[in-house]
Ligand binder design. Structure first.
Ligand code: AHR
Length: 522
């Protein structure tokens, strides 16, 4: 007889307990922005892009040629250039990657119809008509108002070839190479902002040991001369993943003299869902196990950065040498039927969440990490933009890069996160929240938050020295773990306006599952 009321009260009680425990769990997360502790400047080149002669990254992705039916200006596709301008790309790295060590710059200058057709032996064995060369690269950088990072050929080039390319690009006065540049349509020398001697010397760049490469670095750098007012920041090819021996050897063996300067050491880290190069894991249709393992694997970048910085702090205490993560991002299995040498992959909300997590880490180490380049800009690996002939779409990764624009050249502020119980999957867990904060040049305070959990929303209370009244910015999220944009539905995943107001003196931000939020705090 009494069953019904007691069942009802039991249900009410259970519901109440569940409700209050959820509420307690959610609101106990606090992100504190230490706005009294300004840190390093977040160099805008942390938002650098990488474009290689690889698959449809350059040809079709950026360059279609003047005669193409795809709308273009001087051969550059208009839709892609417009999207890249909106992204405020600060830096472009070219021509590779592995391709750089097989690239001979003379193939890519002069009248296009007279340029040689070469085989891209690194990426798919396809023909390259060299229509996109030095002049085309600089013209693109000028259109985007981006700095340039040229990767020199150490693997199959000579010091003479490298020196000649630098002379071609930078010589001011009378020289055959400067005159050739003029004859090819460019009177003024270009500014070469960054120049690297080789790429992945441990692998595709020549399978070298750190000692051997350090000697070659000195050899080539000795002859990499440019006018005094146009000296590039020089980058040595470093290690990858957990390696630290490249950083150690280079700092021990390359003296920081005027002629040999080594201004930065590069490092590469790619995130694979499985961590296994034989079977990376899929870009789409993955389970929560690979959502979790991808995010767990990407977080390892912080240990690699820390380990290398620890060596740098010992051997370069004046912090003259930068640590550039000049290739990073996700690397999935190519879809069945795709050319395996083209590294084309789709891009989902998982990539967006991972991007926010990586950018938040880079901000934290901004004192040394003054440049990173996501791999790659268009149609290759974790791209900003995908194209299919005349069609184009912006990926979730593009949207995160755009949302984070206020962090370019901003001053980093430390954040501390308390009460985060983490995102648990099976026996393992990773932080449930990732955050970073900075003050932009115009004095605005910005906060970026990532909820790594694929199915649990979080409420985060924001604290800082002064009183906070509002948060205003953008939110990127979606229902499915592999939500992505397609050429038929290019706006399935896109940012929405996000606003929150303080109540009773506290500012609480609600983060949906698998979301990235970037807001200005007032
Ligand atoms: O980004 C693709 C390739 O990955 C690059 O060419 C190479 O440097 C790295 O192994």
């Amino acid at each position: 007889m009494n069953v019904r009321p007691s069942l009802l009260s039991l249900l009410v009680y259970v519901g109440f307990v569940l409700f209050t425990s959820a509420a307690i769990a959610e609101t106990t997360i606090t992100v504190e922005v230490h706005s009294d502790q300004p840190g390093a400047t977040i160099h805008r080149n942390i938002y650098g892009q990488f474009m290689e002669h690889l698959g449809r990254g350059i040809y079709e992705g950026v360059w279609v040629g003047e005669d193409s039916k795809i709308p273009n200006k001087n051969g550059y596709r208009k839709d892609v250039v417009k999207a890249l301008k909106a992204l405020e790309v600060p830096l472009l790295r070219w021509p590779g990657g592995c391709f750089a060590d097989e690239y001979h710059w003379r193939d890519g200058v002069g009248p296009r119809d007279q340029r040689p057709v070469t085989i891209n032996t690194t990426w798919g064995g396809v023909s390259d008509d060299n229509a996109f060369g030095t002049h085309e690269f600089f013209e693109l950088a000028e259109m985007l108002d981006a700095e340039v990072y040229i990767n020199g050929n150490l693997g199959t080039g000579t010091p003479r070839e490298m020196a000649a390319w630098l002379e071609y690009m930078t010589a001011e006065g009378e020289s055959t190479l400067a005159n050739l540049r003029r004859a090819n349509g460019r009177d003024k020398p270009w500014k070469v902002d960054y120049f690297a001697i080789g790429n992945e010397a441990w692998g595709c760049g020549g399978t070298m040991t750190p000692d051997y490469y350090a000697n070659l670095y000195k050899h080539y750098a000795t002859f990499a001369k440019t006018p005094e007012n146009n000296r590039p920041i020089m980058i040595a090819s470093g290690g990858h993943t957990e390696q630290t021996e490249w950083t150690q050897t280079l700092l021990e063996q390359v003296p920081n003299t005027w002629s040999l300067r080594m201004n930065a050491i590069s490092h590469h880290y790619y995130t694979l869902p499985t961590g296994d190069w034989d079977k990376h894991g899929r870009a789409l249709a993955f389970g929560e196990n690979e959502w979790f393992s991808t995010l767990k694997n990407t977080l390892r970048i912080e240990e690699f950065i820390k380990a290398n910085i620890a060596i740098m702090d010992k051997l370069d205490p004046e912090k003259k040498v930068g640590f550039y993560v000049d290739e990073w991002g996700t690397w999935y299995d190519v879809e069945p039927g795709d050319n395996p040498g083209f590294l084309y992959q789709q891009n989902t909300i998982r990539d967006a969440v991972l991007t926010g997590m990586n950018l938040n880490i880079f901000h934290q180490y901004a004192e040394r990490v003054q440049m990173t380049n996501i791999a790659q800009m268009v149609n290759v690996l974790q791209a900003m933009i995908l194209t299919d002939k005349e069609k184009m779409l912006l990926t979730p990764t593009y949207h995160v890069f755009k949302m984070y624009i206020p962090f370019q050249d901003a001053t980093a502020y430390p954040v501390s996160i308390s009460g985060d119980k983490g995102y648990r999957f099976g026996e393992e867990s990773i932080p449930g929240i990732s955050a970073s904060a900075a003050k932009s040049k115009d004095g605005k305070l910005w906060l970026a938050l990532v909820n790594t959990h694929p199915s649990e929303a979080k409420s985060v209370s924001i604290a800082t020295a002064g009183k906070l009244r509002t948060a205003k910015g953008q939110l990127l999220t979606s229902a499915a773990m592999d939500a992505h944009n397609t050429f038929d539905s290019p706006e399935s995943v896109q940012p929405k306006e996000y606003k929150a107001k303080a109540k009773d003196g506290s500012l609480i931000l609600d983060l949906p599952a698998k979301s990235v939020v970037v807001v200005e705090l007032k």
